[in-house]
Design a protein around this ligand. Structure first.
Ligand code: BG6
Length: 496
């Protein structure tokens, strides 16, 4: 029998974000976060990300006035906050060796600018990582995943103000110091590139607060502050805890030319520059000249402080983490071509691929292409920290979920990853499935877009028992992990 032989240290895991699972939005001293202001809006087509996630000041007002969690899906999540012992136990039973999750910033610094942290918040995460240690699960911790304290938005206009760098560093250092015995892998900011696509839900920027200013300039200035804050985390960890590793984290979307027309190839090359810009800055430590030129052309000027360039240059990421769900095509002239989406990137439909119920095209080979491209570009260890399928699942009368479509998605992606790992000369630290339990979708704020290996009985309106049920994909992952570091090729050939 043929096997994929992999390194013992390879981390097999699952991943979540606090705002999508925790709930407990106003408990034990937690402050309100930007995620608590995102409402599930059934009247909006869930693929219309811009209107779902574009928030204005009036909506923030109504979020502040409503103290219930009804209709605010990220306020209740799947109540991981009260169920984490049982949820972690269930996950540990699959045999995972890593869990990537995020800290709710507002649970530690409720207002963001507080001088002292909220002890209950720190203790919650300490207990959580101790629980993981019980099962030998390595935590991969994201410091900010779409959930900054709302007060920083209202008082300072979020990341646009340089002061936020100081507050983020205070938060980061507090958490790193408190958890340093347990956590060695850190990711300062999730999908740092997403500030461009959804500036509010990613980074708390509200357009109507910047009247008279070019909002695109505002976004790029805020982006620069995020880079500085992330480099500060790298510096702090390297100076204080040299055994720690800090990664950058980007949304990976592979963009193909629609066909071999050189104009389409050129368009795809240019779009790929937009994808690479963020990891280029964090992995290489300099703004790429193509980005500088692009900003000059748009008349956008980023204000740098003395020492910024050196900080970025001297504190590059130790590893390149990324999410991978989908790919898109592009064409010079898109008129008449069918439109599609890859995560929140809009592109042209690829006739060679199938698509999810939310219209994201499914492209396992694209994952292999991404691994080769990213490794060749940076020569740094890579980490797939998110990969999974958002789909509608059905709980049968006898409490099963036959999600063969998800098993198929995972099987195909994991197979391409293992081929790449064993044949392409890349360095890969691990792989995390997006979805432990089901959770609230980041883009559509829905429950019915399910990613988990474990089903949670909860609907889009927040009705349900919160009971958990293991899906077929749970048992499939468990079976895979039982092979340890020698996985039979035949296991990944078997269609479910
Ligand atoms: C990633 C985000 O981009 O995509 C996650 O980091 C998100 O937070 C995931 O959940 C899937 O996207 P969605 O919108 O389907 O939840």
């Amino acid at each position: 029998m043929e096997y994929y032989q992999i390194n013992q240290k390879f981390l097999w895991g699952v991943a979540t974000a606090a705002n999508q699972v925790e709930g407990g939005w106003n408990e034990d001293g937690k402050g309100m976060s930007i995620a608590d202001c995102l409402r599930y809006r059934p009247q909006i087509d869930s693929n219309d990300y811009k209107s779902v996630n574009t928030i204005n000041s009036a909506e923030i007002k109504s979020a502040l006035a409503d103290k219930s969690s009804k209709g605010w899906a990220k306020r209740h999540g799947v109540d991981f906050y009260h169920n984490y012992h049982e949820d972690i136990k269930r996950l540990a039973d699959t045999g995972i060796s890593a869990y990537r999750f995020s800290i709710s910033w507002a649970r530690i610094f409720p207002n963001g600018d507080d001088l002292e942290p909220n002890q209950a918040g720190l203790d919650y995460y300490l207990d959580l990582v101790k629980e993981l240690a019980k099962y030998n699960i390595t935590p991969i911790m994201t410091l900010s995943h779409y959930e900054m304290p709302l007060n920083l938005v209202l008082k300072y206009d979020s990341w646009y103000d340089r002061k936020i760098v100081e507050y983020f560093e205070r938060f980061a250092k507090t958490v790193i110091d408190y958890l340093h015995d347990y956590v060695k892998y850190w990711i300062p900011i999730n999908e740092i590139d997403s500030i461009i696509r959804h500036p509010f839900s990613s980074a708390g920027l509200i357009e109507d607060r910047f009247l008279g200013k070019n909002f695109e300039s505002v976004i790029y200035q805020a982006m620069h502050h995020q880079f500085i804050a992330a480099a500060g985390v790298v510096k702090y960890c390297h100076d204080t805890y040299p055994e720690m590793k800090v990664g950058c984290m980007v949304t990976r979307t592979t963009v193909y030319p629609y066909n071999s027309d050189p104009l389409n190839v050129l368009k795809a090359t240019k779009m790929m520059r937009d994808v690479y810009a963020f990891s280029d800055i964090q992995a290489r430590g300099v703004y790429p000249t193509y980005l500088i030129k692009k900003l000059q052309k748009k008349n956008i000027h980023i204000e740098l402080q003395p020492g910024d360039k050196e900080l970025l240059k001297e504190n590059t990421a130790d590893f390149v983490a990324f999410s991978y769900y989908s790919s898109v095509c592009t064409a010079y002239d898109t008129k008449g071509l069918k439109v599609t989406k890859a995560n929140r990137t809009v592109g042209v439909y690829n006739k060679y691929l199938s698509e999810s119920e939310w219209g994201w095209q499914i492209d396992p080979v694209g994952l292999r292409i991404s691994l080769i491209d990213l490794y060749d570009r940076y020569q740094k260890p890579l980490f797939i920290v998110e990969n999974g399928l958002g789909a509608k699942d059905e709980l049968t009368d006898d409490d099963h979920i036959h999600d063969d479509y998800r098993v198929e998605y995972l099987r195909e992606h994991i197979k391409e990853m293992l081929i790449s790992l064993t044949q392409d000369g890349i360095e890969l630290m691990g792989y995390c499935i997006w979805g432990t339990t089901d959770m609230v979708s980041a883009s559509s704020n829905q429950m019915s877009k399910r990613y988990g290996l474990i089903y949670v009985d909860l609907d889009d309106n927040g009705n349900g028992t919160y009971n958990r049920y293991k899906k077929d994909s749970y048992y499939w992952y468990q079976k895979l992990l039982r092979y340890g570091n020698k996985i039979p090729e035949s296991f990944l050939e078997e269609k479910s």
